[in-house]
Design a protein around this ligand. Structure first.
Ligand code: UD1
Ligand code: UDP
Length: 387
């Protein structure tokens, strides 16, 4: 029987992680009917932002690596489009899978749509309603280029309806007659699958890091709005350091390279100070399994990451969000995530309040049943099944 050929476009860390759920489902349940081709744009190229996930999550090596690397957005996206276009012309897939909201997502949307390949967007409908954030435009264009849109939350599904997508559309689905679905979150599939494995495979990790369960706060910062605004970055880090000293708790900071670059080039004194502080551990990015362990065993999470916000919920940890808005609004409405921007007073208030009491917080199941990948692939079979 001829198989359905899908092309996965990945480039940045979270996309590689998301694509692993689809790859795993294909490998274990759909290998006779679906073939996947992986294009890596090369947006992330450091081992700890890319290769480590292919190895650890057992994702097949990319069939194509465009090696685009870092550049200004326009240049980076244009190089990606050129490379993706060439591969799509050669591979002639039945559909193109996009994940999330990065420049690689946008490039995939434009390259595929211009060639009239149907686009499938996983994590559709998320909105921050802040178009100055680079990801917001990527989301809007990707959604409006798609034929099948998989929204991970009620809020995302409603956003799509608010932009004119109609749940009542019937087949045949096209870019002009797209289909929107409410699914769960594909990241939850991964957490359910890997959290137990992390405990087994990395049993010594916390001890190796000299960390004690419940006695540290996990901090990640990588958003352009925080890393490239040195006043903001400085305020956040000084506030967190003071709080850690006051409460005698350790801050574990697996920092993205762009955060380290900002610290080294613009905030050298603060960086030195943090490196010598007994309450701060700035470390390179960790692997996915290590991150699972850090999340599972921490007392509190402070982050500007989309993925880490959700994982805080999966692991039932309170979360302070270093942003003024979030796409994962159900977490804020639930009271388990607090938006603080970079405001020292708000950071302090929420940090102290979450540290003092978090036993009464509840973490309802907002993100599906852990079988989102299967749901998506079943729909792909219905749409593209061949005689
Ligand atoms: C990108 C995504 C962001 C996502 C994040 C996940 C866009 C616009 N942003 O942000 O939505 O949340 O990935 O981590 O697509 N760098 C390295 N090594 C690398 C890659 C990057 O050192 O392997 C440094 C370079 O200095 C580069 C900077 O990080 O200029 C930013 O990289 P870029 O891919 O543009 O954006 P991210 O901040 O990683
Ligand atoms: N992550 C990781 N190691 C790290 C930091 C993050 O494995 O050092 C994982 C994290 O667990 C989540 C994903 O990367 O699954 C989130 O990606 P990121 O924060 O880079 O991007 P975002 O989700 O904000 O787009």
């Amino acid at each position: 029987m001829p198989t359905i050929k899908l092309v996965n476009i990945v480039g940045a860390r979270p996309q590689i992680i998301k694509a692993s759920a689809i790859g795993r489902a294909i490998r274990t349940q759909y290998s006779e009917v679906i073939t996947e081709i992986i294009i890596h744009t090369g947006q992330h190229y450091d081992k700890e932002l890319s290769d480590i996930f292919f190895d650890e999550l057992e994702i097949q090596k990319p069939h194509y690596n465009l090696g685009v690397g870092s550049a200004r957005h326009g240049r980076q996206i244009s190089m990606m489009i050129t490379g993706i276009e060439d591969v799509l012309i050669k591979e002639k897939p039945d559909c193109v899978f996009l994940y999330g909201d990065t420049n690689s997502t946008l490039a995939g949307a434009l390259a595929a749509t211009k060639l009239h390949f149907p686009v499938v967007h996983i994590e559709a409908g998320l909105r921050s309603f802040n178009k100055s954030m680079p990801e917001e435009l990527n989301r809007i264009v990707s959604d409006h280029s798609s034929t099948l849109l998989f929204a991970p939350t009620n809020a995302a599904f409603k956003n799509l309806m608010g932009e004119g997508f109609k749940p009542e559309n019937s087949p045949p689905y096209t870019i002009n007659n797209p289909k929107i679905y409410l699914t769960g979150d594909i990241m939850y599939d991964n957490t359910l699958f890997f959290a137990g494995l992390a405990e087994k495979k990395k049993a010594d990790f916390l001890a190796h890091m000299s960390l004690v369960r419940d006695n540290y706060v996990l901090v990640t910062i990588h958003r352009e709005s925080n890393t490239d605004d040195l006043v903001r970055l400085k305020e956040i880090l000084i506030t967190l350091k003071r709080l850690a000293e006051e409460k005698d708790i350790v801050l574990v900071m697996p920092f993205h390279p762009r955060t380290i670059i900002s610290l080294k080039t613009g905030l050298k004194d603060l960086y030195d100070d943090l490196k010598h502080c007994a309450h701060v551990k700035i470390i390179p990015p960790v692997s996915y399994l290590e991150m699972n362990l850090l999340e599972k065993n921490c007392r509190l999470i402070v982050t500007d990451s989309g993925g880490v916000q959700k994982e805080s919920h999966f692991f039932k940890k309170p979360c302070i969000v270093l942003r003024d808005e979030t796409e994962w609004i159900e977490l804020v409405n639930n009271g388990t995530a607090k938006l603080v921007g970079a405001d020292p007073d708000r950071i302090k208030k929420e940090f102290l309040s979450f540290l003092d009491s978090h036993s009464d917080l509840e973490y309802p199941g907002f993100y599906g049943d852990g079988k989102t990948a299967e749901f998506i692939l079943d729909e792909i079979l219905l749409m593209f099944e061949k005689e």
